[in-house]
Write a protein that binds this ligand. Structure first.
Ligand code: AMP
Ligand code: ZN
Length: 139
């Protein structure tokens, strides 16, 4: 629990939410300002700011819930697809500092864009630079 965290307040029942799924580790509820019908957020119950702050057991629990809920949400709102994503850090658009996975149902001709549209100007990287980045990540 973190003071001043709105999602911790939802976990604690201090703020209402339209809960759609709950386990000991995970809570899922409708986004209060939905980008689409059925826009759902999946969160770990313990407070964690960034994806990298999550304990291994929680990552499993969160992704299990995401995998179960994504097709279910799509069915309920009769969507054609969904974007599933996390804004990790303020630079990526994270506003609520408690890890949450967005499930955003998508509809043919909804005027939206693929997840590739989130980035800014694309870098022009050489093969050497790509090799170097891959090697450093793999370290
Ligand atoms: P992000 O920009 O990834 O941090 O997204 C935060 C999301 O939380 C936004 O889509 C908000 O609409 C949503 N949100 C904020 N407060 C609430 C709340 N009390 N209940 C449900 N969703 C919320
Ligand atoms: Zn929190």
């Amino acid at each position: 629990m973190s003071d001043d965290c709105i999602f911790c307040s939802i976990v604690d029942g201090e703020i209402p939410a339209r809960t759609v799924h709950e386990t000991g580790d995970v809570l899922a509820f409708l986004d209060a300002n939905p980008l689409a019908r059925g826009h759902t957020l999946v969160i770990p119950k313990p407070h964690a700011h960034r994806v990298g702050d999550l304990d291994a057991g929680l990552t499993d629990a969160v992704f299990d819930a995401v995998a179960a809920l994504t097709p279910r949400v799509q069915d309920v709102v009769d969507a054609d697809g969904a974007n599933v994503g996390i804004n990790d850090g303020a630079a990526a658009g994270q506003e609520v500092p408690h890890v949450h996975v967005h499930i955003v149902p998508r509809f043919e001709d909804d005027g939206g864009a693929p997840i590739h549209a989130v980035a800014g100007k694309r870098p022009d990287l050489s093969d050497d630079e790509l090799d170097e980045i891959a090697a450093e990540i793999a370290d």
